[in-house]
Design a binder for this molecule. Structure first.
Ligand SMILES: [Ca+2]
Ligand SMILES: [Ca+2]
Ligand SMILES: [Ca+2]
Length: 184
């Protein structure tokens, strides 16, 4: 399978189905939108303890129609934006949760080799599979062959820092005053 760079920024049908699976999981009462309460349950399941106001923040960052909930349209838009975002300026709190849940196919709150193999194969192709798998499991600091959400977040944070450093050393610093996208 030849990897097409133009395709990596876009979601394939399978990726969309996986995204939909995560949305349906998060929407515990199946009313088509994710509430603060539902997101709190998801985070508790991932053993993540949000700071005061953090859950409201995660929703507010992507809540285009300001109804205090995340609809499927808002969820999908958030995912596409973050995938396409090279500069790292999009808010990524909810995205990181969603990415983790997409990897965690069996919903065990830990990502095993079996969980992430298919998604890494689809995204990076056969040739890069071993390298990408090793890179993914470099997050496994506890060495239990599973990646927890805390480990995953730590890795996302390091990657964001690396991107920033790479940009600075290449001289391509963001314009002065560039801030992550937030509504006033
Ligand atoms: Ca709901
Ligand atoms: Ca909304
Ligand atoms: Ca799992």
């Amino acid at each position: 399978m030849v990897k097409d760079d133009r395709m990596t920024a876009m979601a394939t049908q399978q990726e969309l189905e996986n995204l939909r699976r995560v949305f349906v999981t998060m929407d515990a009462n199946s009313d088509g939108r994710i509430s603060e309460r539902e997101l709190a349950l998801v985070l508790a399941n991932l053993e993540y303890k949000p700071r005061r106001g953090e859950i409201a923040d995660m929703i507010w960052e992507v809540d285009e129609d300001c109804d205090g909930h995340v609809s499927w349209a808002e969820f999908e838009l958030m995912y596409m934006r973050c995938k396409a975002d090279q500069a790292g300026l999009e808010p990524r709190k909810l995205f990181n949760v969603v990415e983790f849940m997409m990897y965690d196919k069996d919903g065990s709150a830990k990502v095993s080799f079996e969980d992430c193999m298919e998604i890494l194969y689809r995204r990076h192709g056969k040739e890069a599979l071993e390298e990408r798998t090793n890179a993914f499991f470099s997050a496994d600091l506890a060495r239990d062959n599973e990646v927890s959400f805390a480990e995953f977040q730590e890795q996302m944070f390091t990657m964001a820092l690396n991107r920033l450093n790479a940009r600075q050393s290449s001289g391509k610093t963001p314009r002065a005053g560039a801030q992550p996208r937030r509504r006033a």
